[in-house]
Design a protein around this ligand. Sequence first.
Ligand code: NAI
Ligand code: MG
Length: 788
Amino acid sequence: MDIMTAFKTMEYGPAPESDAEAQAWLDTHNRSFGHFIDGAFTATETQFETRNPANGTLLAKVGSGSAADVDAAVAAARTAQPNWEKLGGPARARFLYALARLVQKNSRLLAVLETLDNGKPIRESRDIDIPLVARHFYHHAGWAQLLETEFPGHKAQGVAGQVIPWNFPLLMLSWKLAPALAAGNTVVLKPAEYTPLTAMLFAELCMQAGLPKGVVNIVNGQGETGALISGHPGVNKVAFTGSTEVGRVIRRQTAGQGKKLTLELGGKSPFIVFDDADLDGAVEGLVDAIWFNQGQVCCAGSRLLVQESVADIVLAKIKARMGKLRVGSPLDKSIDIGAIIDPVQRNQIADRVAAGVAEGAILFQPDIAMPEGGCFYPPTLLSGTEPAMTVAQEEIFGPVLVSMTFRTPAEAVQIANNSRYGLAASVWSENINLALDIAPKLKAGIVWVNGTNMFDAAAGFGGYRESGYGREGGREGMFEYLKPTYLDSLKPVKLMLNNDHDTKNALSETVDRTRKLYIGGKQTRPDGGYDRPVFGPKGALVGQVGEGNRKDIRNAVEAAANASSWAGVSAHNRAQVLYYIAENLSQRADSFASVLKSMTSARNAEAEVEASIDRLFHWAAWADKLDGAVHNVPIRGVALAMNEPMGTIGIAAPDEAPLLGFIALIAPAIAFGNRVVALPSQAHPLAALDLYQVLETSDLPAGVVNIVTGDRNALAKTLAEHANVDALWFFGDAEGSKMAEASSAGNLKRTWVSDGMARDWFDADQGAGGDFRRQATQVKNIWVPYGE
Ligand code: NAI
Ligand code: MG
């Protein structure tokens, strides 16, 4: 096309990026790859194909990782790990820096290869994916440099097993590798089966950087290979990005294996447009939110919520804009929408759209030219949907926008939060009061105000609810690859079930009463009407407690839900309540000490009560000091990291220090605005139950702390399975830890388990360290660009 024609028609001529170098690179490998293990490319017996989705051509054959391949990779990583960690942060920083430089030097080749393998527009791989990859390695070179001073008392997890998806192949690789390596871990990573090629090129860069062999191992393969990695006993930490369904499978698979797990899963993120928004800006933002990467984005703004008064105008603008989108060859530099990853995914998108239409959604697809052949799907709008429709609830993972309307800000929040997911949200309004009022109310890990899809290595990324847990990027992302040093020195818990005594033993004179359950601020009889005996160290009956059941747990969870306003109470006031509890406990210190003595032979009962009072003071002190952060992200604006409460936390308290262990867990939880359903030590529950009187006289709102006694592991299982419990802390035996992790898979609640180890609850680190603060909160990053 000549310039005059182009000028008259305002059409673009083709502007293809050459793929010659990428094709030549594939040829140097004979278009055949095995794995990258122990610093070398390895051959494999079976292979599968990876194709270019834009035209279906075969790009290369890639190894299908077997159990032997995964064993070899894990063994190499294990062998390499101690020396890699011993090198020290500054030495590791040099390698990460070298990788960042090499990514930059090879950025064009990486971008073209990514586009060939994945089908995403070259504009995106060149301008977004690859620059962010380099940025991630630079940022984490920095964390490696600062590791010893910024993360004292921590060490690497060991070997990280990492499984990534196909939508941002090299970017996800960098999000996984950079923090793991910075922290001193070695890695076995599996790329997605549709997109293994940039990982193979990256393996070459590792060789060029002189990375010690075994530090990075890349095993190709399908889901089964991924499962071999996540389940491998030689892996200490598993990091997964992909579908919620597979996230659940991995949660169950790794339960009880003592592995730290982070999951970055799906989403159905709301894009909320208020009537006072810059509507044209919002529509441009929407194009980015849902048509970036063909909508194959976990945080895609796939649910448009538009205020009713402007809905018609906004929909008209969106349709007009959709008519200008260009779908075509991903290597064409002026293409907006490239190819869908695979015919399987395209068919799934088409099926989900058809189901939406069958449910009553109104379909709009613009009349634009679609490429012949290849795997493409047009930009699509489904309007007139209702929040309850499947199409408004389930991830479509394609270029499909679902729209609905709302009337008031409160209704917008309600519809936005009506989702199992909670990854991201966009809020559009020119009214700063409104936008900053809405952002904290959204149950999502990332909120963009008047923007969308802003990412940076300095700001954590990750979700609430069934979008997973853990953060990638930022300081919080580093903690996911570290562990407190003391964990390695813990000893297994002694079983203290304490129920094989002579029940005929008469209640001694000292037993004053039967302790009830404590639900919604009231002492309640257990639903089943049964009690269970509590014995002293010599087998004497020292008291009775309620035998709580599922119904009692459900009531307690409901009471906790009804107390949600606790999260909105000022931190100052929460601190006052904790101080008050401490003061009231202090006044009854003698009676608590004697109850402790009656249950255990502990000689340090007085010290335990004193430590409990001190622990309450500790968390009262912290309540108003867990500041967030303003991240240094490369935008004109701010990214505010806010620490928000988890919600309702189920807590199974340990036997080791029946009063201190209980308080050490509930105090930080409530200090930061959570409500708890707590299960005291099964063997020695009385001291925790005597807290009722203390709590009742300390201005603690009803339902913030609920206490249920009985068969602790059975009750913990009910908590783990409960959809309205947001996190579960389990401090007990190894079996119970496994159960807690496995049973939490339903709503993917975040778990914190002791793996059957006993900690020293008196110790400042073990009993009140940074882990308690991080477990009690989740980080929300709110991005607020500004400027005229
Ligand atoms: P997937 O979740 O099956 O695949 C992601 C990665 O996990 C791949 O590397 C795969 O080989 C691996 N994998 C599969 N099963 C595994 C197992 N049991 N254990 C360990 N690793 C396993 O996603 P898939 O099949 O590619 O796409 C299906 C749907 O998942 C999409 O339609 C989309 O809705 C969603 N998805 C979401 C992503 C996100 O970023 N939130 C990314 C990719 C897919
Ligand atoms: Mg491919």
